[in-house]
Design a protein around this ligand. Structure first.
Ligand SMILES: *Cc1c(COP(=O)(O)O)cnc(C)c1O
Length: 388
């Protein structure tokens, strides 16, 4: 191996096309350097059109979008919300901060997303206790949709509104329909590591155009229509800047290419590493077309290599990988939270967490860079000592 330090390969770095800077220059030329302006409106309209949803509000982050969803659903102190355990903390943090009891539902092995059979038990049990959830938060993890039909059917039956956290799933499909369009509210994130980025930002989507109008109002300090600053309620400063919306619009022009690139990267990993006994990639059920935001895999028998040791080995090659999301029900902050596993004695997302990792998956990664990642993984599987 060469002693010259090689350039770092990141997990999921931003990938600019050149169209972003053109649109930023438009924003500068028009002097709309503000949390509103023509790019914000156009970004909202284009995102709503793309997802087939009536209305969208561009916000400063995906977390802000989740917060406003919690607000608009009237989630408050003492309410119960159910969320996929296998996710990033931001899916649930805004609900937690509203004082809700957060309880968690396991994944199914087929999609790694919320298990319909576990949700069914959770809804039956909490309803029988006279305390059905105020909202169910479904997460499309690593860019893969949940199995929406059975999950939405259950939520309809128990009359519980759904928030679809599609922060990682822009450009993904469920039975041909766009991720982000399934809940009462849908959420995208444009954080720097997501498939479409504005450096930081988010979008709240809904067919309820009035709710989205209300979201914009709350996100702009809740100013009443009066000549002076008047407030019947208090809001937040959550709007996306016109400059950042310009980046987002430039990025969106290339969404399909970015999805194709990430799927191609996944395909090459699957071809080269998938033949090793014990390497198992995140499955893609027939109803799903994942954007493959991150290539995620688990190391199973007969491989006995701890994922963290593989990640350390990648780091020694100057390659950034990551463990899978640590489930919420295993987080210290939620140690007392209620949890419904996929089936009795079978905690699917805890198993995935203990065995899994994510490989660099940026849409701008070259084949040569990916070859280096593959070589580093192969070397790790050959040389890292097995756990006992
Ligand atoms: C990134 C992410 C968020 C938060 O989005 P931000 O824009 O970073 O606030 C929420 N949920 C999931 C699943 C995410 O991956």
């Amino acid at each position: 191996m060469s002693l010259v330090p090689q350039e770092r390969i990141y997990l999921s770095p931003p990938h600019m096309s050149g169209d972003e800077i053109v649109k930023i220059n438009e924003a500068f030329a028009s002097n709309w350097i503000a949390p509103l302006g023509p790019h914000v409106e156009a970004f909202e309209r284009e995102t709503a059109e793309l997802t087939g949803i009536r209305a969208a509000a561009a916000l400063s982050s995906g977390t802000a979008a989740l917060h406003l969803a919690a607000e608009l659903l009237g989630v408050g102190a003492g309410d119960l919300v159910l969320c996929s355990s296998f996710t990033f903390a931001a899916s649930v943090a805004p609900f937690f901060h509203k004082g809700a009891e957060c309880a968690f539902v396991d994944s199914e092995p087929e999609s790694w997303n919320m298990s319909p059979q576990a949700l069914e038990r959770a809804l039956a049990e909490t309803s029988a206790q006279g305390r059905p959830p105020k909202a169910v938060i479904l997460v499309d993890l690593y860019g893969q949709s949940c199995d929406m039909d059975p999950l939405l059917e259950l939520c309809r039956h128990y009359r519980v509104p759904v928030v679809e956290d599609s922060a990682e799933a822009m450009g993904s499909l469920y039975k041909g329909r766009r991720s982000g369009s399934f809940g009462t509210f849908g959420v995208f994130s444009y954080n720097g590591n997501k498939i479409v980025t504005t450096s930081g930002g988010g979008m709240l989507l809904s067919d309820d155009a009035e709710a989205i109008e209300r979201a914009r109002f709350l996100a702009t300090q809740a100013r009443d229509p009066a000549p002076w600053y008047q407030h019947t309620v208090l809001g937040w400063n959550y709007r996306l800047s016109n400059v950042l919306a310009a980046i987002g619009r430039g990025q969106m022009l290339h969404l399909d290419e970015r999805v194709a690139a990430r799927r191609r990267i996944f395909g090459r990993y699957a071809e080269t590493l998938g033949t090793i006994e014990g390497v198992r990639f995140m499955p893609e059920p027939s109803w799903s077309r994942s954007n493959r935001w991150l290539t995620a895999l688990t190391l199973e028998e007969p491989l006995r290599v701890p994922p963290l040791a593989v990640l350390e080995h990648l780091a020694s090659w100057n390659i950034e990988g990551r463990p899978l999301w640590k489930p919420m029900h295993l987080q210290p902050v939620f140690e007392d939270a209620r949890y419904w596993p996929h089936e009795e004695g079978r905690d699917v997302c805890a198993e995935l967490f203990s065995r899994g990792l994510c490989l660099p998956s940026g849409s701008g990664m070259t084949e040569a860079q990916q070859d280096r990642v593959i070589a580093a993984v192969l070397e790790a599987l050959r040389t890292v000592p097995a756990r006992c």
